[in-house]
Design a protein around this ligand. Structure first.
Ligand code: ADP
Length: 588
C-alpha cells in the first residue's frame, strides 16, 4: 500500500493544478464577459446621453435664426441692427449672430467691426448658405480663421412676397459644447460626413480624421491628419477597438457609434476595457481561489480516504497476524492433544497390562489358596480316615478274638471320626454354596445363649462375661447368626489356649443399629486386614481351614449388617457385629 503514496500525491497535485487552472480560466472568461457586457451597456447609455445633449443644445439654436429672420427690426439702420444682434447673442449664449446679404456680405454683426468675427464673408460658397438662399435651414460646422470651431445655422430673411433679401447666420462655440463632455472618463467624439472628428472631449482627437486625411484648406482651416484608431473586433459580442495608438487614449476600448442625422454627424464612444479586464482578472483570481479551496478539500478528502484505507489495511494486517497466531496456537494445541491421546493410549495399555498382571497375581493367589485349602482339607480328612482304617483293622482282630466290647468301642470311635469328617465337608459346602436364610426378627440374646449352650464343653476353663438383654430384636436368620457367634467364640477360645482366658460379650443399641461385640484376652490379631479372606489362617495345618470368618462375613452382609475385627485397647481381639434392628425395619 505504502509505495503507492508518492504516485497518488503527484496525481492529486496534478488534479489540483488542473482544477485551479480550469476554474481560473472559467472565472476569468465569465468575469470578463459579464464586465464587458456591463461596460458596453453603460457605454451605450453614456453615448446616448452625450448625443442627446449635443442635439438638445443644437436644437436650442435651431429656431433662433428663423425667429430673428421674421423680426421687423432687421429693416432698421445697420448699426442699430448690429447692436440688437449683439444683445440677442449675449442673451442666447450664441458666439455670434450676423445678417448677410444674398451675396454673402455682412450687413450687421453681433461683434464690433474691430473685433474678430467668426462669420466671414466667404460664406457665399458654403452649401449651408446656399441652402438658406434656397429658403431652407442650413446647418454647418467649420473652423474660423482664428482657429475657432463653430456650428452655424443659416436662415433666409424674406420679404412679405417671398423675396429673399438676406441670411441670418448664428455661430455656436463648439468648445462650449465640449465643456459639457469634459471630465467624462469615456472618450466621446463626433465625426462629420468626411470622417473628421469635430467635437471631442479629448483634445488630441479634435480635427483628426478616422478616414482619408483631408489635404486642402477649407472648412477645417487647414490640413486634417489621420489618427490611428486601430481595428474593430468583437469580444463576448461586444464591439471592441484594438490597437489604438493615440497618446492618452486606451489601447483597447469598447466602441459604439450613433447616427445623428439632423446635424449630419456620428457620435462615438470609446470605453476602456482595462477595468473590465481587471474585473475579469479578479474573477479569474476568485476562480483560482475557489479552485484552490476545492483542490484543498479534494486533497483533504483524498488524504482522509487514504488514511482510512491505510487504517483498514492496518486492521487487516492485524487480523492476519491474529489469525496466524491463532493458527499457530491451534497447531500447538492439536500437537499437544495428539501427544496427550498417545499418552492416554499408553496409560490404557499400561492399565491393561497392570490388570493382566493383577489378574495373574489373583490367579496365582487363588492357586496358592487352593493349594493351601487342599493341603488343609486332605490333612483334616486324612487324620480321621487313617484313624478309621486303624480302628477297623483292630476291630477285625477283636472280632477274631471274640472281644465284642472292644469292637463296640472301636465302632463308636469310627462313628465319631466319620462325624468329624462330615463336619469338615459341611463347612466347605456352606462356604461354597453360601446358602441363605430368609431374614426374620430374632432375639439377639437367644442367639448368644444358644451358641454358649452349644459350646459348653469347648469353653470349659474360660470365664465368660455376659449380661443378657432379652427382647432386643434384630433382622437375621437364627441358625446362621448362631453360626457367626459360635465361630467368634471358638476363635477366641483357640486364641487364648494356654493363657488367661476371659470372654466379654456385649449387646448395645446404637443410633440406627444393634451391635454385638466379643472380646477376648488372647494375643490379638496379627494380620488384621486379612482375617476375613477365605483360607487365611494362622493355625497349624489340621487345626483350621481359614473359612470361619469369611463365612461369617458373608452371613452378616446378607442380613444388611457388617462385621469388623480389631485389637482391643487392653490387649486381645475384639469382633463387633453390626445388625439392623427389627424396629428400624418396622419403622421403614
Ligand atoms: P480358622 O479359625 O480356621 O483359622 P477363621 O477365619 O475363623 O479361620 O480365622 C482366621 C484367622 O483369624 C485365624 O487363623 C486367626 O489367625 C485369626 N483370628 C480369628 N479370631 C481370632 C482371635 N479371637 N484372636 C486372635 N486371632 C484370631
Amino acid at each position: 500500500m505504502g509505495h503507492h503514496w508518492p504516485l497518488k500525491t503527484a496525481m492529486v497535485r496534478i488534479y489540483a493544478a488542473l482544477l485551479i487552472i480550469a476554474l481560473a480560466f472559467v472565472g476569468h472568461a465569465l468575469g470578463q464577459r459579464a464586465a464587458l457586457q456591463d461596460e458596453a451597456l453603460r457605454a451605450r447609455g453614456v453615448l446616448t446621453r452625450a448625443s442627446d445633449r449635443l442635439s438638445g443644445l443644437v436644437d436650442r439654436y435651431r429656431y433662433l435664426p428663423a425667429v430673428l429672420a421674421r423680426s421687423a427690426d432687421l429693416q432698421a439702420a445697420p448699426d442699430a441692427v448690429s447692436l440688437r444682434l449683439g444683445r440677442i447673442a449675449d442673451t442666447s449664449g450664441a458666439l455670434a449672430i450676423s445678417l448677410l446679404d444674398p451675396q454673402g456680405r455682412i450687413m450687421a454683426h453681433s461683434e464690433a467691426a474691430e473685433r474678430p468675427r467668426p462669420l466671414t464673408q466667404d460664406r457665399l460658397w458654403r452649401p449651408s448658405f446656399r441652402r438658406a438662399l434656397d429658403g431652407g435651414l442650413g446647418i454647418s460646422h467649420e473652423v474660423t480663421p482664428d482657429g475657432q470651431r463653430i456650428f452655424t445655422f443659416e436662415h433666409p430673411v424674406a420679404t412679405a412676397d417671398g423675396q429673399i433679401t438676406g441670411v441670418i447666420a448664428i455661430a455656436l462655440d463648439v468648445e462650449e459644447i465640449e465643456g459639457d463632455l469634459r471630465g467624462d472618463r469615456d472618450v466621446i467624439f463626433f465625426t462629420d460626413g468626411n470622417g473628421v472628428i469635430f467635437i471631442s472631449n479629448r483634445d488630441q482627437l479634435t480635427l483628426r480624421t478616422m478616414a482619408e486625411p483631408v489635404t486642402e484648406i477649407g472648412q477645417y482651416g487647414g490640413a486634417v491628419p489621420e489618427v490611428s484608431t486601430g481595428r474593430m473586433d468583437r469580444r463576448h459580442g461586444v464591439p471592441v477597438m484594438r490597437g489604438i495608438d493615440v497618446p492618452g487614449l486606451p489601447a483597447e476600448a469598447i466602441h459604439y457609434e450613433r447616427q445623428m442625422a439632423r446635424i449630419g454627424m456620428q457620435a462615438h464612444i470609446l470605453t476602456d476595457t482595462a477595468p473590465a479586464l481587471v474585473v475579469a482578472r479578479t474573477w479569474g483570481l476568485i476562480g483560482a481561489l475557489a479552485g484552490g479551496v476545492a483542490a484543498l478539500v479534494l486533497a483533504l478528502m483524498s488524504q482522509r480516504r487514504a488514511t482510512t484505507l491505510a487504517r483498514l489495511a492496518e486492521r487487516a494486517a492485524a487480523q492476519g497476524r491474529l489469525e496466524a497466531k491463532v493458527a499457530a496456537r491451534t497447531a500447538e494445541l492439536s500437537e499437544t492433544n495428539l501427544r496427550l491421546s498417545r499418552e492416554v493410549d499408553e496409560r490404557i495399555q499400561a492399565e491393561a497390562e497392570l490388570r493382566r498382571v493383577q489378574g495373574d497375581l489373583v490367579q496365582a493367589g487363588k492357586l496358592t489358596a487352593l493349594g493351601e485349602m487342599s493341603a488343609g482339607i486332605s490333612h483334616e480328612l486324612n487324620q480321621p480316615l487313617t484313624a478309621i482304617q486303624t480302628l477297623a483293622d483292630t476291630s477285625q482282630l477283636f472280632v477274631d478274638r471274640a472281644e465284642p466290647g472292644e469292637v463296640r468301642r472301636n465302632l463308636g470311635r469310627i462313628s465319631e471320626l466319620a462325624q468329624r469328617a462330615g463336619g469338615i465337608l459341611k463347612s466347605l459346602r456352606a462356604f461354597a454354596r453360601k446358602e441363605g436364610e430368609r431374614p426374620v426378627d430374632v432375639d439377639l440374646a437367644d442367639v448368644v445363649a444358644d451358641a454358649l449352650g452349644l459350646l459348653e464343653q469347648r469353653l470349659e476353663g474360660v470365664v465368660v462375661h455376659w449380661a443378657p438383654r432379652p427382647g432386643l430384636m434384630v433382622r437375621g436368620g437364627r441358625v446362621q447368626l448362631q453360626q457367626v457367634v459360635v465361630n467368634l467364640l471358638t476363635n477366641a477360645a483357640d486364641a487364648m489356649e494356654g493363657g488367661r482366658a476371659e470372654i466379654f460379650i456385649e449387646i448395645a443399641t446404637q443410633a440406627d443399629h444393634v451391635t454385638l461385640s466379643v472380646r477376648d484376652t488372647g494375643p490379638g490379631l496379627v494380620e488384621a486386614d486379612r482375617i476375613f479372606d477365605p483360607f487365611h489362617t494362622t493355625k497349624p495345618v489340621g487345626q483350621g481351614l481359614g473359612l470361619g470368618l469369611s463365612i461369617s462375613y458373608g452371613i452378616v452382609q446378607s442380613f444388611g449388617g457388617q462385621i469388623t475385627g480389631a485389637n482391643a485397647d487392653g490387649g486381645g481381639a475384639i469382633f463387633t457385629v453390626h445388625l439392623t434392628p427389627a424396629a428400624a425395619r418396622a419403622a421403614a
